[in-house]
Write a new protein. Structure first.
Lengths: 399, 399
């Protein structure tokens, strides 16, 4: 009988409603709020924290990630949260209500920090972002990510830069006080959004090989270094089709695909995971940000010869009303002419362009071809020369 | 000195403002409202209708298309229009105002008919569509294009099917009357949007080879069958990368690209046009429609073995508010597994998906790879499994 051991089934109402009993009827033993304390891979048994021992033929690691929490005083105070699991979200929601929170501090300026800023601001809560660096979301180059700063200021969200957090204590005017290198800040809620690490504690204990990224090493069938043990999702690596390296990109869509690949192989219908190109996106207020491929640093590390250029174009055809700007940065390899990466920001049409370019990366297209790609032109959706064409031609002229 | 001979420069305010005199200063002799009566390709001269004779080394055909106008009585009455040139649009605009038009008939249900329906309805003019067939825009299969019928009925635009137009005369209650196989209809304006034919009159006279599509035959450098004569845009053919046939797809973005390819070759910087995949789109009211690749009939004609499937998915991630449906039809070749074509309809995210799939077609991707493409996932822009993935996997199961 297959076992599923975990925290919750998933944050989908229909699935949560399907109780463990229901799953057992269909032959799946689901154990929620259950911890695995120990795995004996030689004996092929798992020991749960309640002492139960379960035997297995095939074991799948889907241990995900652990949020990074700095070891500063006061980190355990009520009102200090991370956002990793469904239960975290539920706790934040009930805390906001109970304490009638008026003000929140977001520590960190990655995806979670940005998305939670929008969510809290949407509830009418005064929100500030406390960031170690100077611009948010370092997956994007500052020329593009700085557009977020304008949007934050329009939404009255202060973005405090070069901040080092030192300790948390009870506050005077609000529930909590955050002490930093630049003085104290008070708020009712502090969200720590400082990034995540692959959760490989159990994997190390079993002796699975850990890749140079710190995540579990897998092959194209999602098999780990030990026979009969698979790994999928945020706890393991994935093959990057552009850098040709095994990388750790913990995103939900990749996890879903790897899960299905492992499932197919386990059930005897062979399948390989074709890898990723690093496509990602998020929205904050009216902005879309999306990126794909590798960045300049990764390109140089991989031995490519990156040349890049930024184009500010139109999301729609020139004369359309409600015109929106799109900033698109393309990077290609000077020696082969191949696209290496793309980043974009704007109010609309951003994810659309990056998805189009993701397939170009997937297929290894050259920047010359990208300048003449056949795209579905109509004035409400883009120009006869789309911003993709214009950006590719601008980059070609630099090469 | 390069000559440009034509009707207008283009419908871009900045360019029209650059008068022929301005062009002459930069060494380009622009002659507007000028007709070429005759070309002597042996002598390499062009004779204008005013008798002027211009010599050339290189000649470029950009003669575009002619709208199809049926030979029925009353076709020349005031208030009967086609929409091909900027001047047509200006005439329609001033006629609408002068005659205080209350009602319009659109004859034909292609791109122009659909876009003009939205434009006229937007002006508060009662609008009816008179169509020979039963569903609009035959580039899309009826399962998808029938969604337009719901949108038209929501906008109170009657869509009259299986109509044969017989004659036009002066009306009683409105300026004009259209007599059809199903009785008479009255309106102040009748727009004929019955399709276009490549304008190859002059090309035939010069003896240029005309392709089997009826458009001027060109090679990858946009050269015609006669040395020194190029052709670009809607009057000539383009290479289809999926069917590997030379086709006639008269769209503005293709014309733009061909123009630039010809210009590069003429100016001694060699370039070839990489061809098209048939990407196209239009909007009508709240709907987006887009398609790419070839359709079932073209696939069979080309010797492929098409299998297709339609998926109705979400434009955004499952739990998002304001969810919109996207209908996506994919078709692949049973023998090779390669994608052959895609069509989509919905309120948002349609052109985006078709552009992504256009690059997949451009690169010759198989449907198995399309089911696992790495796209930029975030809930506001799509699910972890995008409708593209779901549709590709549904199609894989049928193959």
């Amino acid at each position: 009988m297959p076992y599923y051991i975990g925290d919750v089934i998933r944050d989908d109402k229909r699935l949560v409603a399907r109780t463990p009993e229901k799953f057992r009827e269909s032959g799946i033993d689901v154990r929620l709020q259950t911890r695995v304390d120990d795995i004996d891979a030689d004996e092929q048994v798992v020991r749960l924290s309640d002492g139960t021992i379960l035997a297995y033929d095939i074991l799948v690691f889907g241990t995900g990630t652990t949020p990074f929490v700095p070891a500063i005083p006061g980190i355990d105070l009520e009102g200090v949260f991370v956002l990793k699991k469904l239960s975290d979200a539920l706790h934040i929601k009930s805390y906001l209500k109970e304490k009638q929170c008026r003000k929140a501090l977001i520590v960190g300026a990655g995806f979670i920090g940005m998305e939670m800023t929008e969510a809290l601001r949407g509830l009418g809560i005064e929100t500030q972002i406390v960031h170690r660096g100077t611009v948010p979301v370092n997956r994007w180059d500052p020329e593009l990510s700085s557009v977020i700063l304008e949007e934050l200021s329009r939404r009255e969200v202060p973005f405090l830069t070069r901040m080092e957090i030192q300790s948390i204590e009870r506050g005077r005017d609000y529930h909590l006080r955050l002490n930093t290198n630049k003085g104290e800040l008070e708020a009712d809620l502090i969200l720590l959004a400082l990034g995540i690490r692959p959760d490989v504690t159990l994997a190390r204990e079993v002796g699975l090989t850990i890749g140079r990224t710190g995540a579990i090493q897998v092959n194209f069938s999602q098999q780990t270094s030990r026979e009969g043990i698979y790994a999928v999702g945020d706890c393991c690596e994935a093959f990057h089709r552009v850098s040709k390296k095994w990388v750790h990109v913990p995103l939900g869509d990749i996890a879903n695909k790897q899960g299905r690949v492992a499932g197919r192989n386990i059930s005897g219908r062979p399948m390989t995971f074709p890898g990723i190109v690093g496509a990602q996106s998020f929205g904050i207020f009216n902005l879309e940000l999306a990126a794909t491929g590798i960045n300049e640093r990764e390109a140089v590390e991989s031995g490519f010869h990156p040349v890049s250029s930024i184009t500010w174009g139109n999301a729609l055809a020139g004369p359309m009303p409600n015109q929106k700007k799109v900033g698109l940065k393309l990077m290609a390899d000077r020696s082969t002419g191949r696209l290496l990466g793309a980043q974009a920001v704007g109010e609309t049409g951003v994810v659309s362009r990056i998805n189009t370019l993701s397939v170009a990366l997937w297929s290894g297209l050259g920047i010359d071809e990208i300048g003449y790609l056949d795209l579905a032109y109509a004035p409400p959706f883009g120009g006869a020369w789309d911003v993709i064409h214009i950006a590719a031609q601008a980059l070609m002229r630099k090469m």
